[in-house]
Write a protein that binds this ligand. Structure first.
Ligand SMILES: NC(=O)c1ccc[n+]([C@@H]2O[C@H](COP(=O)([O-])OP(=O)(O)OC[C@H]3O[C@@H](n4cnc5c(N)ncnc54)[C@H](O)[C@@H]3O)[C@@H](O)[C@H]2O)c1
Length: 440
């Protein structure tokens, strides 16, 4: 099939590359010239395991092409995905300016039937706005006769596993009011759901809401565990035992039950906010979601509170080694990373940092600058002379480090583990003072 993907970020690039890899003819379009030039020269704007190889192979073989020219990218295509950003507006609602602007551009370019697919995460009612914007542009051109459908097809991939999630989705949600569009979309996704039909066709508002409901539910599980972890600390219970105990219940399941320093990234924080805003717009109060959000913010302070209680209110002269800056492992994405708030708060009290992350350093430097923070690509180097280690992202290679080497490098063997990577009893035997989240 012939496809265009408007917006070549995390979602657009993965979508375009994975569809091309199934033999489709794909144009990825972006307004960012530097990004498109980079891609045309084999330089990916993001790190995502397995993506580079798929992009390069499909680009070399001519199935995947990149352009800043929407007309070139859309020419003759039957399906146009809109995968542009939907950041939070000042009031917390989803800012739809990029989606509507992309929709208008599509309306200015098409000459025949097309399916316009909202792949971006957008609130209920957006497909209707997209339809209106496209229709207006067509009428301005005197081409109100051109037929098109708007479909909601939210994306559920997670950064760090994006390619795998796209190729083997748990489900594909297609919101549509058109049998014709439903048939074409089902056919397009059939390559990814060969083992069993995981395509769920529904009405458009339900599809739009499903994406927010999924992210809000996952965020709620994290906040629930974080709140419970504080009770564990207060009572001597162990959040890891509680996690295993409740996760074994098939009604609950074991995923997304890890206590830590809260959720971050480009999706959960903004999507919870946007859902709260949508409810408000409908005269409803999102009591539960507001609590999910509040607990998440407080969890970062809970962590810095542990640090301050041990190290003192005034952190001048203290040096912290930091392991992990990205909001989660396997990504260089720093959007809403808990590490940013934690470092900023401790830095305001005078602390200095030596920070390590295998791939997120460049993005972290853009957010945190260089004041009182040095960056390194070696996780042992940052420990030299450190008063304590802050473990903020659970990169796999932090699990079995050389504890003897760590102890010999650090000024004092203190670990604040925001991701519960170690067994508290074992690490104490190694001679460390160990703080973690809700563990006995
Ligand atoms: N990142 C994720 O893990 C993830 C997962 C699922 C859903 N989503 C949703 O997908 C959407 C995209 O997220 P992302 O992380 O890929 O964003 P991103 O910021 O990485 O990429 C968006 C891209 O769109 C481009 N763009 C903006 N306006 C444009 C226009 N008019 N024409 C062409 N290109 C334009 C930008 O230059 C940018 O490259 C968001 O709604 C997000 O909530 C993201």
């Amino acid at each position: 099939m012939k496809l265009a993907v408007v917006g070549t970020g995390y979602v657009g690039l993965v979508t375009g590359a994975c569809f091309a890899d199934m033999g489709n003819d794909v144009w990825c379009i972006d307004i960012d010239k530097k990004k498109i030039q980079g891609l045309q020269n084999g330089i990916l704007p993001i790190f995502e395991p397995g993506l580079e190889e798929i992009v390069k192979r499909n680009y070399d073989e001519g199935r995947l092409r990149f352009t800043t020219d929407l007309k070139e990218g859309l020419g003759g295509n039957r399906i146009a995905f809109i995968a542009v950003g939907t950041p939070s507006d000042e009031d917390g609602s989803a800012d739809l300016q990029h989606v509507i602007s992309a929709a208008r551009e599509v309306g200015r370019c098409i000459d025949e039937y097309i399916i316009i697919v909202d792949k971006s995460t957008v609130p209920v009612g957006t497909a209707a706005k997209v339809r209106r914007a496209v229709r207006e542009e067509l009428e301005k051109r005197g081409r109100g006769d051109i037929d098109f459908d708007v479909v909601s097809n939210p994306e559920f991939l997670k950064e760090g596993d994006a390619v795998e999630d796209f190729i083997r989705p748990d489900r594909v949600i297609i919101g549509t009011d058109s049998d014709r569009a439903a048939g074409i979309m089902r056919e397009l996704y059939s390559d990814f759901v060969r083992k069993g039909d995981r395509v769920i066709i529904m009405d458009i508002p339900s599809a739009e809401l499903t994406k927010y409901a999924a992210n809000a539910m996952l965020a709620a599980r994290i906040s629930f565990m974080n709140e419970l972890a504080q009770l564990c600390s207060a009572t001597g219970a162990d959040i890891e035992s509680v996690r295993k105990g409740i996760g074994a219940d098939s009604r609950i399941g074991s995923a997304f039950l890890y206590a830590g320093i809260g959720y971050g990234g480009s999706c959960f924080p903004k999507d919870v906010k946007a859902l709260i805003s949508t409810m408000k717009n409908h005269g409803l109060e999102a009591r539960m979601l507001a609590a999910v959000q509040e607990v998440n913010i407080l969890q970062r302070r809970y962590f810095t509170g542990m640090v301050i209680r041990h190290m003192g209110e005034d952190l001048h002269g203290k040096v912290f080694a930091v392991w992990g800056l990205a909001f989660k492992p396997q990504t260089d994405d720093m959007r809403e990373a808990p590490s940013v708030d934690i470092i900023k708060e401790l830095r305001a009290r005078g602390a200095r940092f030596r920070a390590y992350d295998p791939i997120a350093v460049a993005n972290a430097r853009n957010l945190l600058g260089d004041t009182n923070i040095e960056y390194s690509r070696n996780n042992y180097e940052v420990l030299e002379g450190a008063d304590a280690l802050l473990l903020l992202t659970e990169w796999h290679h932090f699990r079995k480090p050389d504890f003897d080497k760590m102890r010999s490098l650090m000024k004092s063997p203190v670990i604040f583990d925001g991701r519960n990577q170690y067994d508290p009893a074992k690490i104490k035997e190694q001679g460390f003072t160990y703080y973690c989240i809700g563990r006995a």
